[in-house]
Design a protein around this ligand. Sequence first.
Ligand SMILES: *[C@@H]1O[C@H](CO)[C@@H](O)[C@H](O)[C@H]1NC(C)=O
Ligand SMILES: *[C@@H]1O[C@H](CO)[C@@H](O)[C@H](O)[C@H]1NC(C)=O
Ligand SMILES: *[C@@H]1O[C@H](CO)[C@@H](O)[C@H](O)[C@H]1NC(C)=O
Ligand SMILES: *[C@@H]1O[C@H](CO)[C@@H](O)[C@H](O)[C@H]1NC(C)=O
Ligand SMILES: *[C@@H]1O[C@H](CO)[C@@H](O)[C@H](O)[C@H]1NC(C)=O
Ligand SMILES: *[C@@H]1O[C@H](CO)[C@@H](O)[C@H](O)[C@H]1NC(C)=O
Ligand SMILES: *[C@@H]1O[C@H](CO)[C@@H](O)[C@H](O)[C@H]1NC(C)=O
Ligand SMILES: *[C@@H]1O[C@H](CO)[C@@H](O)[C@H](O)[C@H]1NC(C)=O
Length: 490
Amino acid sequence: MEIPITRSCAHHTWFAILVSFLLFTILLCFDYSTTFDGPAINGATFPVNKPESLSVIMKNKTRNDADPSCTGRYVYIHDLPSRFNHDLLQNCQVLTRGTDKPNMCPYMENWGLGPEIGNNTEGILINGSWYFTNQFLLEVIFHNRMKNYRCLTNDSSLASAIFVPFYAGLDVSRFLWDSNLTVRDSSGFDLVQWLAGKPEWKKMWGRDHFLVSGRIAWDFRRQYDNESYWGSKFRFLPESMNMSMLAVEASSWNNDYAIPYPTSFHPSKGNEILEWQNRIRHQKRPYLFTFTGAPRPELENSIRGKIIDHCRASSVCKFVDCSNGREKCDNPINVIEVFEQAVFCLQPPGDSYTRRSIFDSMLAGCVPVFFHPGTAYSQYLWFLPKNRTKYSVYIPVRDVSEWNVNVEKILMGISEEEVYEMREEVLKLIPMIIYADPRSKLEDFQDAFDVAVQGMIKRIEQVREVIRNGGDAGVGFADENHYKYTFSDN
Ligand SMILES: *[C@@H]1O[C@H](CO)[C@@H](O)[C@H](O)[C@H]1NC(C)=O
Ligand SMILES: *[C@@H]1O[C@H](CO)[C@@H](O)[C@H](O)[C@H]1NC(C)=O
Ligand SMILES: *[C@@H]1O[C@H](CO)[C@@H](O)[C@H](O)[C@H]1NC(C)=O
Ligand SMILES: *[C@@H]1O[C@H](CO)[C@@H](O)[C@H](O)[C@H]1NC(C)=O
Ligand SMILES: *[C@@H]1O[C@H](CO)[C@@H](O)[C@H](O)[C@H]1NC(C)=O
Ligand SMILES: *[C@@H]1O[C@H](CO)[C@@H](O)[C@H](O)[C@H]1NC(C)=O
Ligand SMILES: *[C@@H]1O[C@H](CO)[C@@H](O)[C@H](O)[C@H]1NC(C)=O
Ligand SMILES: *[C@@H]1O[C@H](CO)[C@@H](O)[C@H](O)[C@H]1NC(C)=O
């Protein structure tokens, strides 16, 4: 059975209006729920083979990175003018994450991880490796990870992919609430002009280029030049349509890919992951389920209100209200403490389909409960198992008018053995949904960065293959008639 909600969206005007309005309304009330999201991967390996580049590497004996295991994995980083990245960090006072303007500057610390939580973690976190991380700094964290990527090359002709370190979300955050569309769109225009003028562009007309956004992809997909529509139109520029974007939430266009929201856990050694997995495996979980978030009274179709009522009425549910005072739910100690105490974590859609909370809860070994396929299943395809019953519970509720489910009863009906297996699966996924400390090299684990780069390179290789065979590189790429999301119910 198919849930047509987003699938049929993008080519209907009503959907654009709805999304624009929805996101606009929602982002005005931006809080913890928007800063939350979740991924998963199926542990797939992405075979890459590109024999022609191997022969090139063998000839260049002096290359210190002529590592055969890098064959087919080289990435070239564009050296962008600093106004597209570093200047934004220098001028952090002007960055926002919503209509309130908390100071974003402290989050720039530690290569974008934010201030260290230190040793005063009240026994809830493990000492070291936890930070006050802001989701929008994902662009910076990713860029810094990339600077340490093992298979970088300065020779773009060797590169399988071209990374564009544009801090797209930080940039657009300055103008999202600006009614002047010229202002909202200007950096995107400038960026694509710069890119299209480079020799690297002509090789594949940008189809080997990718960038990263810590904001949801809809923030760059304004479909009409009307100030009442949300976002910039960066991703609808012709050049941009040839490029891929990794974002914390993808749109339904084929060249957007979802990657995990950053959590606050950034280990620098593999044994920190093992220690953490062991600790949460043995947690006592007094609550059957929890909901942590803010109500959305202004969203008529939001099922959050129902979930909050249900949770409040249940003796086995813990509700943490994030609406009064941002500090409480912004502090990983508070959030993780609750998730460590619950067996299941309810993840209804928030302001958008996804939430950072998905990843925070999984990190705490809490089994996620989803209500809409767009919240995780159709998003984090590279990160979460295809078989969703292995790690999550799905209670499909399209909108509030269909709310006739008894969540407590459904969760009570899941056997202890099933719970155990789901939790073990969630624990196994942890490395792939976190971003390691960019200053370190995590040797024994693949983290979300590694998986994202692999996925991107594999995707670009497929396009290259189509081009090699004389096909149309545009097929299934930025073509709005080819949605990668089926939002299928099975
Ligand atoms: C590798 O060798 C080729 C051919 O000799 C040369 O054109 C290219 O610049 C070399 N690349 C590097 C990074 O040395
Ligand atoms: C945490 O404790 C360790 C060991 O006692 C110490 O080396 C480290 O500096 C402390 N970190 C902070 C942020 O206080
Ligand atoms: C973490 O650091 C605190 C303060 O330095 C210390 O009391 C505690 O024992 C440390 N915990 C672990 C597990 O090292
Ligand atoms: C690329 O060139 C820069 C500047 O010359 C140098 O610092 C860097 O190490 C080079 N990177 C690689 C991967 O060769
Ligand atoms: C929008 O901003 C641009 C650039 O600052 C300016 O030239 C233009 O007049 C503005 N348009 C409106 C309608 O205010
Ligand atoms: C912008 O959209 C609003 C709402 O759809 C509409 O009322 C208004 O006329 C539009 N403005 C322009 C300039 O098209
Ligand atoms: C996008 O790619 C196509 C080839 O697939 C090319 O014809 C087109 O010119 C490219 N667009 C831009 C703006 O470079
Ligand atoms: C999905 O996972 C569940 C739980 O592990 C298992 O019972 C089921 O057979 C799996 N389904 C498929 C199609 O593999």
